[in-house]
Design a protein around this ligand. Structure first.
Ligand SMILES: [Zn+2]
Length: 136
């Protein structure tokens, strides 16, 4: 998906690929709504051996990204209700926004981790050539 973006962070984020080589998969499963496994990820990249979790607790920082994504979902749902049903009560807004946040939770969880990793690692075109280099 999105092959013309290869080399850009957006490619890694949208495809859940390794932020360094853009080849290896980050998540164990491609099924976002596999509720048993959606939060599990590989420890290292299968292609370039990049360690995804740079230090213990590294992905706690992804909560900031997840918070931002949840706010974006809330605003989008709120605006959609405002446009489609202008006379809706606050209960409709509340239910729809909560439904949107909870319903999209697996998506925001996975996306926030990949975005967080991409904040600290950029694409390295030579990563696959230096496979023996096992630095972080
Ligand atoms: Zn990699």
């Amino acid at each position: 998906m999105f092959p013309n973006l290869k080399g850009k962070r957006l490619y890694s984020i949208l495809n859940s690929k390794c932020p360094r080589c853009h080849e290896g998969d980050f998540h164990l499963t491609k099924k976002t709504y596999d509720l048993k496994n959606f939060g599990k990820n590989h420890e290292r990249c299968s292609e370039c051996d990049y360690r995804f979790e740079k230090e213990p607790g590294f992905f706690y920082g992804a909560m900031y990204v997840s918070y931002g994504l949840s706010i974006a979902v809330s605003v989008a749902v709120g605006v959609a209700i405002l446009v489609l049903y202008p006379s809706a009560s606050y209960k409709v807004y509340l239910a729809a926004i909560l439904g949107g946040i909870v319903g999209l939770m697996p998506v925001t969880f996975r996306l926030s981790r990949v975005i967080w990793m991409n904040l600290f690692q950029h694409f390295d075109a030579n990563a696959l050539q230096n496979k023996s280099d096992k630095t972080i």
